[in-house]
Design a protein around this ligand. Structure first.
Ligand SMILES: Nc1nc2c(ncn2[C@@H]2O[C@H](COP(=O)(O)OP(=O)(O)OP(=O)(O)O)[C@@H](O)[C@H]2O)c(=O)[nH]1
Ligand SMILES: [Zn+2]
Length: 293
């Protein structure tokens, strides 16, 4: 019995990497009986005596799993946001951050298209960078046209399984190509809009980038908070989670409750009012459970 990791899944076949070998496997009937579907990213035990005809016997317990893309054991999300074209969107960024926190995936914020910024615009983006750094997030401001510090950017990927996330056109494919040019991901807007239909049925694969692995299909395409309860939301904002012990009431939602430590700190300016206003907005969405995009 050998052990390995599923790198790719295509119509019932799983490509399991074990050492330097990749073995094509099928799932054993016992998995189907247990209603377990192997996922890309899974660590598995398999019989690989015949290289074209391996069998997966069991799947090790998962640290987490995503539905889109279907990948298990994800370490981090590279959240890509463009500085401009489309405009930097802190509300959307906070949405992605909440979803990664919920899945216990650590985020890295990469802001792209630095080369297109005027000095004044650069200043405003750097102020946002400081805000997110203060919360405790790693952030990078880059141009995928020309990476200033490629090794630094690559180091974020090293030894990790990452998913890449971010709205359309922010430069996700360009970023991966800049890190690993052999990926040759399409970045041309026209060819991609033709390919988009295909994108949804395409099978996910873990590909190499900067000494790590990254899912070749972007994650978190659904950005509503159906899986988040109002009580959990505060825990998805590290700066709010840290303060909640000081709130007068247990289970304080940091909204209208008296003696709320979070509100106090927001009024002092120690917690960013933009992050707090997004928190309140998401809370409202969760309470009314109407997805918005
Ligand atoms: N000037 C400049 N242009 C960039 C940069 N990154 C991406 N672009 C351009 O922005 C456009 C969109 O980039 P993509 O990499 O295709 O964006 P994407 O996020 O993969 O887009 P979707 O596949 O639609 O989700 C392309 O025309 C890129 O050439 C950058 O850092 N600087
Ligand atoms: Zn509170």
């Amino acid at each position: 019995m050998a052990e390995g990791r599923i790198m790719k899944a295509i119509s019932g076949f799983y490509y399991v990497k074990s050492g330097d070998q990749v073995i094509q496997c099928r799932g054993r009937g016992v998995l189907r009986k247990q209603k377990i579907t192997p996922l890309v990213g899974d660590f598995v035990e398999f019989d690989g005596t015949h290289p074209e005809e391996g069998y997966i016997f069991s799947i090790k317990s998962r640290r987490n799993m995503l539905n889109r893309p279907p990948v298990a054991n994800v370490d981090q999300a590279i959240i890509v946001s463009s500085a401009i074209m489309p405009d930097f969107n802190p509300l959307l960024l906070d949405r992605f951050l909440v979803l990664t926190e919920l899945k216990r995936i650590s985020p890295v914020i990469v802001i792209t298209k630095k080369d297109l910024l005027s000095d004044k615009e650069l200043e405003s983006i750097e102020a946002y960078q400081d805000l997110y750094k203060e919360v405790g997030y790693s952030t990078e401001l880059i141009s995928s046209r020309e990476l200033e510090e490629p090794d630094r950017l690559k180091s974020h990927f090293s030894g990790q399984v990452s998913v890449i996330a971010g709205q359309s056109g922010v430069g996700k494919s360009s970023l991966l190509n800049a890190i690993n040019p052999s990926l040759e991901l399409k970045t041309d807007d026209i060819s991609k809009s033709l390919g988009r239909g295909k994108h949804t049925t395409k099978h996910v694969e873990l590909v190499e980038a900067g000494n790590g692995l990254v899912a070749d299909t972007p994650g978190f395409s659904s950005l509503d908070f159906n899986e988040v309860t109002s009580g959990e939301l505060g825990d998805c904002f590290p700066e709010i989670a840290e303060l909640k012990v000081n709130c007068r009431f247990r289970g304080c939602l940091h909204n209208k409750e008296p003696g709320c430590a979070v509100k106090e700190v927001v009024s002092n300016g120690e917690v960013s009012s933009s992050r707090y206003s997004h928190y309140l907005r998401f809370l409202d969405e969760i309470k009314s459970r109407k997805p918005r995009y």
